[in-house]
Design a binder for this molecule. Structure first.
Ligand code: AMP
Length: 401
């Protein structure tokens, strides 16, 4: 369990509380197209309001690269948060983020009021964890709360630097929930513990594979990364995605699984096409072959039906399942069957099911299985680094209990 000071351990009555949230939401024509992250931030904000704090919210949005970009202003977030909270969230428009406007807005606050600062990445120091901007942020508040799990794997001014200049630094409910679920699933799982990894490249998930192999009972590999494993075992993989530099790594992992007595499941059949669909959701002709005998001119783009059944069976006997990465090119409905089958298996089990952020979270939500999962992480990169067993700087920076 997380041993960090949380919002339940502090008294913020009458105090200025700077809360780092993850309001990095997708925007289209100035409108928020997915507000999951805003909804996920509400419990902490409501708690601090109820306790009589003066709540100063901050976040980054997109990549303005250190200068004000009106299309990446957090103004639409303040508007939507106002509706979601049923209370005004005043937007402290300020190109310097912590400039005269923001300071004046903070000075004018009363207990229980909420303001939102401008996009922290309007300042170029933000992503460099610069001292100056960290001090400016700290000067606004008495207490700091970090509830931005999505950026916890980065050390920036607004989640790490600022903690050097504020006496009390706690984590919010969302951060606590993410760490408790992901941490428990990986470090203290109810067994059997099945980890499912997919997605494009082996190289992106080297440490995740190694760490999960140690911790789980069964490791399932699907998606594009499976073909490098299949080739490492001597299979014919045609023109499928492969990372030749990682063949030795895959051989090591296969050997390690044997030594540790772990079950490493790879696809037994695969759905093939002539080429990668262009555009990605274009109709494609497919057929299914054994995963180790893909014809030289064909490309594997999804797990086959036998593999889907094999993976679903492994899920059925599990007590804990962690999943990160799609089983195929799920953006194309014809090549999404394997990913859907795995999502379905997770939806049907009583096991604790944890979905790492990013593509697998998007797939599970899109397919309508979101409310069937125990926990869907809000952080892509952060949840991956967590599954690697790394300590996240944004978490480490908070005070211990
Ligand atoms: P990642 O960001 O590593 O989780 O990878 C997600 C991406 O992997 C998605 O965009 C999928 O389309 C892609 N992907 C999954 N399976 C394959 C495959 N067999 N070949 C190529 N790309 C794949």
């Amino acid at each position: 369990m997380l041993n960090k000071k949380s919002v339940d351990d502090i008294n913020v009555k009458g105090l200025k509380v700077l809360v780092r949230c993850d309001f990095n939401v997708p925007l289209k024509d100035g409108k928020i197209t997915d507000e999951n992250r805003l909804v996920a931030a509400l419990p902490t904000i409501k708690k601090l309001i109820a306790d009589g704090g003066r709540v100063i919210l901050c976040s980054h949005l997109g990549k303005p690269k250190g200068e004000p970009k009106p299309e990446l202003s957090l103004a639409p977030v303040a508007e939507r948060l106002t509706q979601l909270l049923g209370q005004e969230v005043k937007f402290a428009a300020d190109p310097e983020v912590v400039g005269p406007n923001a300071k004046a807005a903070v000075e004018a606050m009363k207990d229980g009021e909420v303001i939102l600062l401008e996009n922290t990445r309007y300042r170029k120091e933000e992503t460099k964890n610069g001292e100056e901007f960290s001090k400016e942020l700290a000067s606004l508040c008495d207490v700091f709360v970090n509830d931005a799990f999505g950026t916890a794997h980065r050390a920036h001014c607004s989640n790490v630097g600022v903690t050097n200049y504020v006496d009390t630094c706690a984590v919010g409910y969302l951060m606590q929930k993410e760490i408790d679920f992901l941490g428990n699933a990986v470090n203290n799982p109810e067994r059997p513990f099945v980890a499912i990894l997919g997605g494009a490249k082996v190289a992106d998930k080297l440490n995740v594979i190694a760490n999960l192999l140690e911790k789980c009972d069964t490791l399932i590999i699907g998606g594009g990364m499976a073909y490098t494993f299949l080739k490492a075992k001597g299979g014919q993989i045609g023109t499928s995605l492969v990372d030749d530099e990682k063949l030795d790594y895959c051989k090591d992992m296969i050997e390690k699984a044997q030594k540790l007595g772990k079950n490493l499941l790879l696809p037994v059949d695969t759905t093939i096409t002539d080429a990668f669909p262009d555009p990605i959701d274009a109709p494609v002709e497919t057929s299914v072959v054994a995963s180790d005998s893909i014809p030289a001119d064909k490309m594997g783009l999804d797990i086959g039906p036998k593999t889907a059944a094999l993976f679903a069976d492994a899920v059925k006997t599990a007590k804990t399942v962690v999943w990160n990465g799609p089983m195929g090119v799920f953006e194309n409905p014809i090549l999404a069957k394997g990913t859907i089958a795995v999502a379905q298996a997770l939806a049907e089990t009583d096991a604790t099911t944890i979905i790492g952020g990013g593509d697998s979270a998007a797939a599970v939500n899109q397919l309508g299985f979101g409310d069937k999962m125990t926990h869907i992480s809000t952080g892509g990169g952060a949840s991956l680094e967590f599954l690697e067993g790394k300590e996240l700087p944004g978490v480490a920076a908070a005070d211990d209990k």
